[in-house]
Design a protein around this ligand. Structure first.
Ligand SMILES: Cc1cc2nc3c(=O)[nH]c(=O)nc-3n(C[C@H](O)[C@H](O)[C@H](O)COP(=O)(O)O)c2cc1C
Length: 176
């Protein structure tokens, strides 16, 4: 064991799950952001926490409309998913600039992304300031998904995406 720089440690600790958070802006336009810092926090009721940087447009969206959909992009969606983690909704409409198709959610206003392995529809119930991010804690109010799309995305540091399936398979050579 040896002492590590924060950057190196963060890289070594990857892969991280890579999901997409869909929010609504002040004009009721949906925005999509790539997100690795999320977790389940409760089974009953089912609850999720997401950590969103203060500078993100998605942060502004969540302060305006307190619902989101957490989508697990499936293999084949990596290029568009990567765009959502590298471009801001302040300067681009990510539903228009990607091939992502919005589908109606069951219980919240922001849409889900068609073809997601799973999408969790969430209502924010609390939030905690933590350094340069806000952790939004939310209750899951509906779940949709595509059970045939078992392979979904993980990030290696901030450099690339791979896919891992609930069947234990791994695919490394994704192009994004
Ligand atoms: C692999 C990866 C993981 C990321 N995870 C997070 C995260 O957990 N929280 C966060 O606030 N931003 C995260 N980001 C950064 C945002 O996705 C990125 O800044 C995005 O352009 C913000 O979009 P927005 O301004 O439309 O909200 C991540 C980016 C990548 C590439």
């Amino acid at each position: 064991m040896k002492e590590l720089e924060k950057q190196k440690a963060f890289e070594l600790a990857s892969p991280y799950p890579y999901v997409l958070i869909v929010t609504l802006d002040k004009r009721e336009r949906p925005n999509i952001m790539g997100l690795s810092w999320w977790m389940f926090t409760s089974w009953s009721p089912l609850m999720i926490a997401v950590s969103v940087g203060h500078q993100r447009y998605s942060h502004e969206c969540l302060e305006h409309h307190r619902e989101f959909v957490l989508c697990f992009p499936s293999e084949g969606q990596e290029k568009d998913a990567w765009t959502c983690g590298t471009k801001s909704g302040r300067v681009t409409d990510k539903f228009k600039d990607t091939g992502f198709k919005a589908v109606h959610s069951k219980a919240v206003k922001p849409p889900a992304i068609d073809g997601s392995t799973v999408s969790f529809e969430c209502k924010v119930v609390d939030q905690v300031e933590t350094g340069d991010h806000t952790v939004y804690i939310a209750e899951v109010v509906a779940i949709q998904g595509s059970p045939e799309k078992v392979m979904h995305l993980y990030s290696i540091h901030y450099a690339k995406l791979i896919s891992i399936g609930s069947n234990g398979k791994i695919k490394m050579d994704l192009k994004c």
